[in-house]
Design a protein. Structure first.
Length: 189
């Protein structure tokens, strides 16, 4: 479920049943794709992996010994068919974890490009945080406006109109709402 709902979007935009729900849902999903990676989550990123028999090893740039534990179930994505999905950790070292894979042949250490995502149990439900929900709704409205209204960009610092609604300022517009929820790892640049 998206942080901004189809019903909220219809209400804010005043479009009623003019557009199909699926079209509006696409915009809500896009808003989530922009916002959720910026929010604090129980997530780490694996930079490389190898496989020996059915034992897959995921490597990290930071120490994960105090983050993960043997027997913990994690959800892995962006790591290929043999690693993706819910997996149980079988071993933890300083900068790696082992899981059981369905890989049938050994593979040497090689990188993930882009990094694979390893998610443990989440303790925060951002759908219950009203500020985050409002930020998602604002982003969804901006995306909708960019799709449906041409040449209605934002104004730049010198008050000149800009046709680029989907610029870096998209998140800047809601940063105050989500400041309490921002992941420090997402604030590079």
């Amino acid at each position: 479920m998206s942080l901004a709902t189809v019903a909220e979007m219809k209400s804010v935009l005043g479009v009623g049943s003019l557009y199909p729900d699926a079209t509006i849902q696409e915009v809500c999903d896009a808003a989530d794709s922009v916002l959720i990676p910026m929010l604090w989550a129980n997530t780490n990123f694996s930079v490389s992996h190898k496989n020996t028999g059915t034992v897959g090893t995921l490597y990290f740039t930071e120490s994960v010994k105090e983050i993960y534990y043997v027997g913990q179930t994690v959800n892995i994505s962006g790591a290929g068919a043999h690693f993706n999905g819910n997996k149980t950790i079988t071993a933890v070292s300083d900068k790696s974890i082992n899981i059981t894979t369905n890989h049938v042949s050994d593979s040497p250490l090689h990188p993930f490009n882009p990094f694979a995502t390893v998610k443990a149990t989440e303790y925060e439900d951002w759908a219950e945080d009203m500020a985050v929900q409002q930020a998602a709704l604002m982003i969804a409205v901006e995306i909708w406006q960019a799709r449906t209204s041409t040449l209605t960009g934002s104004n730049s610092v010198d008050f000149q109109p800009s046709p680029y609604r989907m610029s870096a300022q998209l998140l800047a517009k809601v940063r105050g709402l989500i400041a309490h929820a921002l992941d420090p790892r997402s604030m590079v640049g």
